[in-house]
Structure formats: C-alpha cells, structure tokens
Write a protein that binds this ligand. Structure first.
Ligand SMILES: Cc1cc2nc3c(=O)[nH]c(=O)nc-3n(C[C@H](O)[C@H](O)[C@H](O)COP(=O)(O)OP(=O)(O)OC[C@H]3O[C@@H](n4cnc5c(N)ncnc54)[C@H](O)[C@@H]3O)c2cc1C
Length: 421
C-alpha cells in the first residue's frame, strides 16, 4: 500500500495520532510525541485495565513480593496523561483499522479518526496444546494479572514445573526458588536461553540453576499434563517418566499480535514489517516494540522482544511523526536478573566469534567480549554493569581492540576507548 492509494480525508490532518496498545511501547510513543512538540490529539488505546507498566518485574519482584508493586512500576503517574492531553482509554480493544477512511473502530463501537497510527500491540504468550493444557494450575506469564495468579502458587515446598527455559522460564525458576519452592525446568533444547545466550553461556546458566537447587532437565519434552479434580497434578515427560507437580508454568515463547495489521493489508512476516523509522508498508502506519519486524544492527531483520527496543523504537516512530526523523538502528540490549546474578547482553553473542573473557568464567563476576577481526560484536556481562557501559561504547564506535588488554581486568576499559580515539 502506498500514499497514492490512500484517500485524503479533509479532516484527517487535525485528527492526530491513535496509538493501539497501551503498554511500554505505546506509552513511550505517546510521551515522546509530546516531548517532540506534537500538539494534535493523541489517543492511547489499551485492552488491559492498567495504564502502561513495566513487565520486567512480573517475573522477578512481583513473584517474590506479591503484596506490593515495586516503585515506578507504572511508567507514568495517573495524572501524566490528562496533564499532557493524552486520551488514555483502558479496557478497550481496537477491533479494526480502516486505512482508506483513516479510522479505528473500538470494541465499544466508537470510531476514532487518525492522521497517523502507531501499532504497539505487542505479543501474547504462545499456548501449549497438549492433553491437560486447560487444567487449573497451568500458568502463562505476560500480564500483571498472570503474575498475581502465579505468585499464589509459589508457596514454600510447592512443586513447580516449568515448560521451556527461555528468559521467562529461567527467571520464574529463580523467583520460585527464592520463595522456597521445589523447581523443575523442562527444556526440549540441549541448553537453556539458547536464543539469547548461545551454547556456551546457556550451559553456564544451566549450571548456575543447578547450583541453586533447580532440577534442570534438558533435551526433554512434556507429552501430557496429568490432572486430578480438574487441577494439574504432574506431567509425563518424553522419556515416559512422570513428575508430580502442584503447578506448571508454560514459557514457550510469544506470538506477535499482528491481526489488526494483517486485516488492514499491511505487510507482515513474523511481525509487522517496518523500516528504520518504524514506518510500515503504509506511510500512515507505524509499528513499534515486540510486534515490529525491523532492520537489525548487524544486517537482516527480525523482531526484538526487549525493553530497550520497545522504548527506543517508540521514540523513533514519535520523532518521525513529529517531523524529526532519526534512524533507529541500535545493537540489541537486554538484561535478566536471576538469583544474585544481573546478566546483560548486547549485540551478537551467538554467531561465530572469538570470545574474550575478562575475569573468571567459573564465577558470578565476569565479562565476555565477542570479537571478530578485532572489532567487538557482542558483550555479555555477569554482575559487571560498568563493563557493559564501556563495551557498548566500543561496539557502537567499532573500535579496534587489543584482545589481550580486553582480557586483563587490571586495564581500565575506559583507557582503551580513549587510546582508540
Ligand atoms: C514477564 C516478563 C519479563 C520481562 N523481563 C524483561 C527483562 O528483564 N529485560 C528486558 O529487556 N525485557 C524484558 N521483558 C520484555 C519487555 O517487557 C517487552 O519487550 C516489552 O514489554 C514490549 O513492550 P510492547 O509495548 O511492545 O508490548 P506489550 O508489553 O506486549 O504491550 C502491548 C499491549 O497492547 C495491548 N493490545 C494488543 N492488541 C490490542 C488491541 N487490538 N487493542 C488494544 N490493546 C491491544 C496488549 O494487551 C498489551 O497491553 C519481559 C517481558 C515479560 C512478559
């Protein structure tokens, strides 16, 4: 679809921006529009009952201390939206996007005209489809209510099974151990968090979980979920062994919420296809956050399910709409907190590269640099946030590095950056 075949509606110019999806990316987009001086109406539509909030604590703080939400859980105070003339509509779904008529139809039947639309519809948990999947005690974790329900299961001594040991599964396992549960992780692949950490550090993480008392079962699937009186009581594994469980958490990835975009005729491919300004195949529509399939820093394209991406891509879309386009092409960064470990990952830690370790890889305090042709392509830090800050600067500036110096913890990384100038 191009600008040429979009009918120009006389009133459209004054209609402003409609943002569909009121979580991190949607909330940040609204905020960034106002910060960029955008003065027309902004409507932010979210199907969840809560104003935009932080999902990262859901698998960490909220599970560990369910009685109180962490400080700054909501990305803005309630007063922020009226004060900034942002029409926040919660508990309402956008049911359709009509590009020709430049309007969005809501589940209430209301119609809102737009000049531009930002799709920030995110992703939903992929559901398991095996016998017993619908039993009580089978949980997913995406929204605040999911975390509240799951936290009730995490009683001391409860036997909690996790299907899938990606980021969410591994974080829930750590939180459940902190609550005194018996935890077993069932992961079909040979290593946990494989997509995020690659084989070497995925295996390292599995060992940390074992040290913390998690029963890590790798290369193992679940055939059937067993139930008793309508509630989960265990699972049958792919080797036909049985585990007795009190609750089960399924963390097998997400599905991007592309249905509105698809029905509107936008190009999709595992997400809504956008350019480096977050613009979709239709110039009136932008897509940001977990739902967007974007150009990647090291080439190719893909969907990024990270906090940093949701936030920064939302800002890029807002700037483009406000007439201040600024190309968004950043190396991906995410963090995870498990047990006493803060793990941060930047750039490409998966593809073939020389791995330079700074510190002791067998400890909980080290940094790994992923280097190709003396240029850093990825950084992984374990309880070393300062190395991440320096590593980011080196990666973004494509500094040629001396690998022996990188590996030496006595050499200040900031000096290496200065020397390279
Ligand atoms: C439990 C958990 C822990 C995480 N921890 C980390 C972490 O430690 N580090 C990190 O980097 N990242 C983490 N993330 C990832 C990060 O939170 C996400 O990348 C980020 O929330 C994506 O934001 P988003 O706004 O694009 O999508 P979402 O947060 O999914 O928000 C999309 C919103 O749109 C709404 N919506 C969808 N369709 C419609 C419609 N038709 N009408 C109205 N509303 C609609 C949805 O209900 C939802 O509220 C975590 C994610 C989860 C789930």
């Amino acid at each position: 679809m191009t600008a040429d075949n979009i009918s120009t509606n006389a009133n459209a110019k004054n209609r402003g921006v409609v943002i569909i999806g009121a979580n991190l990316a949607g909330g940040r987009a609204a905020e960034a529009l106002r910060m960029a001086g955008y003065e027309k109406p902004i409507t932010l539509i979210g199907e969840e009952p809560s104003p935009p909030y932080e999902r990262p604590p859901l698998s960490k703080d909220v599970l560990i201390q369910p009685d109180e939400l962490p400080d700054q859980f909501y990305i803005k105070d309630d007063s922020y939206y009226p004060d900034n003339d942002i029409d926040l509509r919660l508990g309402v779904r956008a049911e359709s996007l009509n590009i020709d008529e430049q309007k969005v139809t809501l589940s209430t039947g209301a119609e809102i005209g737009f000049e531009k639309v930002i799709l920030a519809t995110g992703a939903r948990a992929r559901e398991l489809n095996i016998e017993g999947s619908d039993l009580d005690g089978v949980h997913y974790l995406r929204a605040l209510q999911d975390a509240r329900e799951l936290s009730k299961e995490l009683q001391p001594g409860a036997r909690i099974g996790l299907i899938g040991m990606g980021v969410i599964g591994a974080e829930v396992a750590a939180s459940a151990r902190k609550r005194g549960c018996e935890v077993v992780c069932i992961e079909p692949l040979a290593i946990p968090m494989a997509r995020a950490l690659g084989p070497r550090f995925g295996a390292w993480l599995a060992e940390i979980h074992r040290q913390e008392g998690v029963d890590v079962r790798l290369g193992c699937g679940v055939k059937t979920i067993l139930g008793s009186d309508g509630r989960v009581s265990g699972v049958v594994l792919s080797d036909d062994s049985t585990l007795e469980l009190d609750a089960l958490v399924v963390g097998i990835g997400v599905i991007p919420n592309v249905e509105l975009a698809e029905a509107a005729g936008l190009e999709t491919d595992n997400g809504i296809v956008v350019d480096a300004f977050a613009q979709s195949s239709c110039p009136l529509v932008y897509a940001v956050g977990d739902v967007a399939n974007s150009p990647l820093y090291f080439g190719g394209r893909g969907r990024c399910e990270t906090y940093q991406n949701a936030q920064d891509q939302a800002i890029a879309a807002a700037k483009a709409i406000a007439g201040q386009p600024d190309e968004y092409l950043k190396a991906q960064w995410f963090w995870t907190d498990q047990f006493d470990i803060n793990l941060q990952v930047l750039g490409d830690v998966i593809s073939e590269a020389e791995v330079i370790i700074r510190g002791d890889e067998n400890s909980r305090n080290f940094t790994a640099f992923f280097v190709r042709d003396n240029i850093i392509r990825g950084v992984l830090t374990v309880n070393q946030p300062r190395d991440m800050a320096a590593g980011r600067r080196m990666l973004e500036r494509s500094i040629t590095v001396d690998t022996a110096a990188l590996a030496d913890p006595d050499i200040d990384l900031r000096k290496l950056i200065k020397k390279a100038r």
